[in-house]
Design a protein around this ligand. Structure first.
Ligand code: MG
Length: 218
């Protein structure tokens, strides 16, 4: 099979260190680690009185969040992420079993160096046929700079899935996984606190890399 694999929160442990830094910066207290995730930053959920909302978060404006994200991503943040346990060994076995792997991230193309250096350090760079980052011209100009854009990233990943004729995609994002599945791509949804509601045709939830290996019979 040709398999697309997302980076952040699939290979790299990203949301927990991000939220920890965010909490430090804005002086808010986070829930238990198992509950930490991108859903805590969702403003819609805050407005609707989301029950795990972080006290104090409502005073951080969208602009402050965007600025924080830009500053953090421009720092050494991506270089310092941990890789999920079992990810390297399962990737190795997937390749040995004849699967073709494509690492596909919505990180901006200008982050290629820090991204590929990280992949090399973790010993997983060579498992990929190619590493794709979001091209410079691919960002929606009307969209606030620095703000996470799941719809734009979903379009980008569906386009690549078609171009590369991918059979499957490993993903954690709610919008991206559903868009890929609708476009006919089988999705292995890596379980995270923010995607628990996601289900549907062509979507298989996996608890992590060992679980994925079992599903693929390797
Ligand atoms: Mg991700």
């Amino acid at each position: 099979m040709k398999i697309g694999i997302d980076l952040d929160d699939v290979m790299a442990i990203c949301s927990v260190p991000y939220l920890r830094r965010f909490a430090q910066e804005f002086n808010v207290e986070l829930p238990d680690e198992s509950q930490i995730g991108w859903h805590l930053l969702s403003q819609k959920e805050i407005g609707a009185g989301y029950d795990t909302v972080v006290p104090g978060l409502e005073k951080v404006t969208p602009e402050q969040r965007d600025q924080f994200r830009i500053r953090l991503y421009d720092s050494t943040f991506f270089a310092e992420l941990e890789v999920y346990k079992d990810c390297p060994v399962v990737l190795e076995r997937l390749v040995a079993a004849g699967h073709e792997l494509y690492f596909i991230t919505a990180r901006a193309e200008r982050r290629r160096y820090i991204t590929e250096t990280w992949l090399r350090e973790k010993g997983i760079f060579d498992h990929a046929k190619a590493v794709h980052l979001k091209p410079v011209g691919d960002f929606r100009p009307e969209y606030p700079r620095g703000r996470y854009d799941p719809a734009g990233s979903a379009d980008y990943k569906v386009r690549l899935a078609n171009e590369l004729e991918l059979d499957a995609f490993c993903e954690d994002d709610v919008v991206i996984s559903q868009t890929l599945a609708k476009a006919g791509v089988r999705v292995f949804l890596f379980d995270q606190p923010w995607n628990r509601e996601v289900r549907g045709e062509r979507i298989t939830r996996v608890t992590g890399w060992s679980d994925l290996a079992q599903h693929l019979g390797i």
